[in-house]
Design a protein around this ligand. Structure first.
Ligand SMILES: [Zn+2]
Length: 161
């Protein structure tokens, strides 16, 4: 099998899915997929909107982006993270195990290095279940919020004295 660039195989899958569902192959959908590929990891609708405004050949509404990401999710093109305040998406360009840290204070979600995720998840199997994606979420407090918390604590200490 010839090795394709990751986005090309997602494009093929999108074409296949729209064909199966008898949907119109609108150029907007392909353009949204292309621009999502520029996101470099996890993104939410607002971030995708900004990328479209900056790099897109078409300007589309927020609801079009939302509907398209739901279509991509149903077609298996993206993973959807419903873990922070807004849905986040990520192109499914590879099947490596993935791990994320989510800050409880500012709700940012960040992917941690693939090797960390591999170590934690590669040997995980569930009997009688065909696992397609291995995704690990870890909750805690991010570096920025830790710094903010230290500042707050310092201020409180000073005002108490
Ligand atoms: Zn934070």
């Amino acid at each position: 099998m010839k090795k394709q660039e990751p986005l090309a195989s997602l494009r093929d899958r999108l074409t296949q899915y729209m064909k199966e569902k008898s949907m119109r192959k609108t150029p907007e959908r392909y353009e949204i997929l292309r621009v999502a590929g520029l996101a470099n990891g996890i993104f939410n609708i607002d971030e995708l909107m900004l990328l479209m405004q900056k790099h897109g050949k078409f300007q589309v509404s927020r609801s079009t982006l939302f509907n398209t990401m739901e279509l991509f999710f149903n077609a298996g093109l993206v993973n959807r993270h419903l873990v922070a305040t807004a849905a986040h998406y990520e192109l499914r360009t590879d099947r490596n195990p993935k791990a994320y840290v989510i800050c409880r204070q500012c709700n940012t979600i960040t992917r941690v290095s693939t090797s960390t995720a591999k170590l934690a998840l590669q040997n995980l199997i569930v009997r009688y279940f065909n696992i397609e994606d291995k995704i690990l979420y870890m909750y805690g407090v991010c570096r920025n919020c830790q710094a903010k918390n230290r500042e707050e604590a310092k201020k409180n200490k000073i005002s108490r004295n």
